[in-house]
Design a binder for this molecule. Structure first.
Ligand code: IMP
Length: 482
């Protein structure tokens, strides 16, 4: 890293540095904040929500992916629960549903009604073998009194369909013209190949930045341990997880290196591995085949690793080192932990990261797991380290190289953070802060910001000057508090 033209001999955190302003010929709103965090995983917002049991479960993963970022579902739960959460995220949004639920034309109205209420769907294609012969909706059921008759007698035969490979525009035209809500897709000989729903189209229009896969489904990652790859990933992959995150506090280890290799050999799935904080650590994971690496040993707000074990690297320097190493192989780097303000996101990306992972700032949002607590008249949400006693007792010890029956030696604390409302407006503040940083530095894109590198080191007086000083805040803004 270059600090004022010299090779740095110091090891720095985000608070130690500032970016120099640079010439810009565009406005912050014109910047492009999309990024690639793994091969084939492109986000419109370079932010991941942390794999922590007080941060990311399905509700957070859905909310952040709708806004263009991505969530990593934590692993402090059974394989079945984690897989069900992944499935819920993948089901939330669709383009063409590939294997829609169907009914045979001889099935009774009673069976169809039961299926609809059990699965919470309001319309089903009716088939004969694999051929579409009609559609049945709750509207048709409403006026039926004889529940024993076959569905073919009350369905709408020869429904409006899409043929071949539909486009959003052609589907939208049909919904508008025929005022229908479900549009079956058929291939040759009338074979049912998919189903489009008006709700999905509306959601796509409502969330134009959503992080989606090739089938229009939301993107989601899941945390795995090097010790449970086989059973966990088998099920996660079956439920269409988009990428695996090998989630450990010390990624520069034999077990993580081997785990990366094993996933790459056994599963056709992008792998993000971590955490590391040195060039050697980054190189070991990249050599093992990691598609992206996660950086951070000790920067987390709930983390006590540096104090308990006496190790770690201030996060800004760790990101610079890892990014320089990873750039040689074209592997993206994720800066994990220590993000306190939107300005830290700008610094992390300018240090070379392709995206940041956030725990603390998201733990107070409505969509995080856990309930709100009122303390001294203010609302908070709980936030705890995955190496805290509570999280270890729930099964997270192996992230910190502990066995389930070991006496816990925590590397994190349990606490609370202020309630921050819904993700959407909060994320908007973070992303606009990033865009402002890009405007001030004249970097139109994340790839331009990643190589900008025009940092200066500041003093404690400089940091103090940068924060609000000599005034009592009477109205807190949505993007700043101390
Ligand atoms: P934060 O955004 O600064 O709160 O940092 C969140 C990150 O801290 C997570 O993504 C993890 O990498 C890391 N982390 C989570 N739990 C612990 C812990 O108990 N000890 C140390 N680091 C942790």
């Amino acid at each position: 890293m270059d600090v004022e033209g010299k090779e740095a001999t110091e090891y720095l955190s985000y608070d130690d540095v500032l970016l120099l302003p640079g010439y810009a010929d565009f406005l912050p709103g014109e910047t492009d904040v999309s990024t690639e965090i793994l091969p084939c995983v492109r986000l419109n917002v370079p932010i991941l929500s942390a794999a922590m049991d007080t941060v990311t479960e399905q509700e957070m993963a859905i909310a952040i992916a709708l806004q263009g970022g991505v969530g990593v579902i934590h692993r402090n739960m059974s394989v079945e629960q984690q897989a069900a959460q992944v499935a819920a995220v993948k089901r939330y949004l669709n383009w063409v549903i590939e294997n829609p639920l169907t009914v045979e034309k001889e099935q009774s109205v009673r069976e169809v009604w039961q299926l609809m209420s059990e699965r919470g769907v309001s319309g089903l294609p009716v088939v004969e073998g694999d051929r579409l012969c009609g559609i049945i909706t709750s509207r048709d059921l409403r006026f039926c009194t004889d529940y024993d008759r076959p569905v073919s007698t009350i369905m709408t035969p020869e429904p409006i369909v899409e043929r071949g490979t539909p486009t959003i525009e052609s589907a939208q035209d049909k919904f508008n013209e025929h005022k229908i809500e479900k549009l079956p897709v058929v291939g040759e000989n009338g074979r049912l190949t998919g189903l489009i729903t008006v709700k999905d189209i509306e959601k796509h229009q409502q969330f134009p930045d959503a992080a989606t896969d090739g089938h229009g489904r939301l993107i989601v990652g899941a945390a795995v341990s090097p010790n449970d790859i086989d059973e966990r990933l088998e099920m996660l992959v079956a439920n269409r997880v988009d990428f695996a995150v090998i989630d450990t506090a010390h990624g520069h280890t034999k077990s993580v290196v081997e785990a990366v290799g094993r996933i790459k050999r056994k599963f056709d799935l992008p792998v993000m591995a971590g955490n590391v904080a040195t060039r050697d650590g980054a190189k070991a994971l990249i050599d093992a085949g990691a598609d992206s690496i996660k950086i951070g040993v000790g920067p987390g707000s709930i983390c006590t690793t540096r104090v308990v074990a006496g190790i770690g690297v201030p996060q800004f320097t760790a990101v610079v080192w890892a990014a320089e190493q990873a750039a040689k192989a074209g592997v993206p780097v994720i800066a994990d932990g220590g993000i306190k303000y939107s300005g830290d996101i700008v610094k992390a990306i300018a240090a070379g990261a392709s995206a940041v992972m956030v725990g603390n700032l998201f733990a107070g949002l409505r969509e995080s797991p856990g309930s709100e607590v009122i303390y001294e008249g203010r609302i908070f949400k709980t936030y705890r380290g995955m190496g805290s006693i509570g999280a270890i007792q729930k099964g997270g010890g192996d992230r910190y190289q502990m066995n389930a029956d070991d006496e816990p030696v925590p590397e994190g604390v349990e606490g609370r953070v202020p309630y921050r409302g819904e993700l959407k407006p909060f994320l908007h503040q973070l992303v606009m802060g990033l865009r402002k940083g890009m405007g001030y530095t004249g970097c139109r894109s994340i790839s331009a910001l990643r190589v900008y590198r025009n940092f200066i080191k500041i003093s404690a007086a400089g940091l103090r000057e940068g924060h609000v000083h000599d005034v009592s805040i009477t109205q807190e803004p949505p993007n700043y508090s101390r």
